[in-house]
Design a protein around this ligand. Sequence first.
Ligand code: ACM
Ligand code: ZN
Length: 718
Amino acid sequence: MKKLFLLCLAAMAFAACTKQLPQANYDIIPQPKEVSLDERKPFELNFKTIVYYEAGLEREAMFLSEYVSNILHIGLNQQEYHGQTDGIVLSVVPEDFTQAEAYEIKVTSKQVTIKGSDAAGVFYGIQTLRKSIPFTSISTDQQQISDIRLSDVSCQLPSGIIRDWPNFAYRGMHLDPCRHYMDLDSVKVYLDMMALHNMNQFHFHLSEDQGWRIEIKKYPELTEIGAYRNGTVIGHNGQIYDTIRHGGFYTQDELRDLIQYAAERHINIIPEIDLPGHMQAALACYPQLGCTGGPYEVWRRWGVSEDVLCAGNEEAMQFVEDVLNEVMDVFPSPYIHIGGDECPKVRWKQCPKCQVKIMELGIKADEKFSAEDYLQSYVMNRMAKVVETRGRRVIGWDEILEGNVSETAIIMSWRGIEGGIEAARKGHDVIMTPSSHLYFDYYQSEDIASEPECIGGYLPVERVYEFQPLPEELTPEQQKHIIGVQANIWTEYIASFRHVQYMAMPRMDALTELQWNNPKERDFKAFVERCRKMAQLYDLYHYNYADHIFNPKAWADTVAPNLATQKPITLRQQPAEKYTYGGAKVLNDGELGRGAYNSGRWLGFCGYPMDAVIDMEQAVELCHVHFHALVNKGAWIYNPSNVKVLVSDDGETFREVVQKDIPISGWADKEGIFAYEVEFEPVTARFVEVVISGHDLPEDHSGFGNPAWIFIDEIEIW
Ligand code: ACM
Ligand code: ZN
C-alpha cells in the first residue's frame, strides 16, 4: 500500500516536471570566470543522454556518468566519440586554450560539449556540470529512488557558454595523518573532497615526532616501532596520558594504489618527510641518529621535540638520503617536501659531532643567523640535491629561509605571509599557507564552548574568504612566484576523519574560490548562497561539515545595559599590543566577549593585572561586578587568580570594597568562556576600579615559570 502511494506521488511529481523541469544553475563553487547564457532552448539531460568521449577520456566519461547517477539516479551510457551530434561530448583541444587545466562548456538544445586544454580541464568542466545539476526531490529519498521510473527523471541545462581556468597552478590541501592516523579509505574520501573543489596537490605529511607513517623497506623499524605510540597526552599537553596504543602506517603498495586513485582525479600527492626536526618517532627506532643517543620514545605529547636528527652524524644523513630515495621510488610527484620547520637547535649546540661538523664546513655565525641555523641549511641543501638529482623539486616550510637555502627550493609560507614575500623577492617560488588564514585546525566558530575541542585560534570561513594570496608589497613580476595556495589540517586534536571533514568544510569552499578564482571583488553573501549547493552535495555523500554560515547567530551578542555600559573607562596599564584591539572600551561596550582569544572581542594581559577604572559620571549605588574570562590552557591562557573592586568619589582616592581569590583551573577542568562575579554590601560612588589578576603557569604546564595570560571581556556592574 505504502509503495503504491509513493509510486503515485512520484508519478504526480514527475507529471508536474514535464511542464517545468528542474534547471541547472551555473552559480557554483568555485564561481566560473565567464558564464554567458542565451535564450535558446535548453538541453534536456535524461536517461537517454549518452556521454561521448575522445580517446583517453574514458575515465572522465565514467566520472561524469557516476556523478549524474549520484544526483539524479540515472546511469548515462558512455561511447567513444565519432562525430555524433547529440549527447555530451568530452574532448581535449589544447590549441583552443592559452593555459593548462582550462575548460569550456557549450550547451545547446542538441548537445553539450565539454572541451579542455587537457584531460584535467575536461575533469574540471565535469566538476562544474556536476555542481550545476539541480537536486530534485528524489535526489536523496532512497525509498522513492526504488519506486520511480527512470524514464521520468530529467533536468534542463540552460543554453550558453562557460569558460573557466584556474588562477593558481598549485591548489593544495594538506593532511597530517601522524598526530592521528587516518586510514586509507578516509584518505581516498579526502581526495574525493579535493576533486570536488578543483584542487590538484595533496600534501601528505608522513613523518612526525608522534608517528612515522610510510613503509621504508631499508629501515623496517620505522613502521614496526615508529608507527605506534604507547599513549597520548590528554587535553592541551597536561600531565595525564591515556594508555591506548595509537598508530598505523601505509605500505608502499597501498601508497601506489592511493597515488593511482589521486591521479585519476588529477591530483598529485606530495609526500613530506619532515627533517631534521619532528623526527622523534624515527629516533625511537634508531637512537644512534640523535645527538644524545637516546633512548627515545614515539612522542606521546604535542608540540616540538628538542630531539632532532644529529646533523654531525654521517649515518643520520645517509638515513635521510635513503628514506628520500625510497619515497621518490614510490611517489612520482614533481615536488618532494622536506619539512624544515620547527627544528630546535638546543641539542646541536651541545653535541660534539654537530660542533665538529660546523668547524669542518667552516660555518660561522653572523649578525643574522647562528652557526646552527647554517648547519640546518647544510642539511636542507644536501637533501635538496638528492631530490634534484632525480629531477624533482623540493618544498620546505618558511624556516628554511633562515640560512642560505638553495634558490630552487619552493617555500611554503606558514608563519604569516612575510616568509612568502621575502622568498618571492629572492626569486623562490612560493606557496601561501599562512596560519592566520589557512590553518583549518583552528576554531571556526565564535562559540567555542559548543565546538569540538581544537588547537585554538579563530578562523571562520569569512576570514579564509578574505585572504589575498598576492601581497601588494610585491611587484607583478615577483607575484608570479606565488604559484599556489594551500590549507593545512594538523590533527593533534582531530582524532577522527569525521572531525577532519568538519574542520575542512565549508572552509575548503572559500579556499577553492581563492585558488581557482582569486576574485578582486568578494561578495561573502553570494558566496554563502553558492555554498548551499555544496552542502547538498556534502549531505549526498555523507560528508561531515560545519554549518555555521547557514545559521543565523544562535549566541547572545550583547549584555543587558548596566551601570558600566559605555561609560568612560581607562586602563592603568594597556593590554598586550597584539590583543589591544579597540582598547579599554571593548570592556564595557555592551558586546559580550566571544570567540577565541584573538577574535577581537577580548583584551589580553600577561604578567600584570587588568586594572580598569570606570567613571559612572555621577554617584551610583552598586553591589555586584560581573565579567567573563576565556580559558585555553594550551595557549597559556588561564582563569584569573583574583578579582578586587575598589570605589572612589573623586577618581583619586580609592577604597577596597571586595576581593576574591579564584583557584587555578586544572587539566581535567573544561576550557572555554566562564563568567565570574563578586557581590558586596551596596556602596555609593562615582568611580569603580576593577582589578583582575592572573595566575602563574602551573608546574604541570610546559610553560611553567612564566605568567599565564588572562583574556577578559565585558565588565558589568549592577
Ligand atoms: C607547521 O605548522 N609547523 C608547518
Ligand atoms: Zn648532533
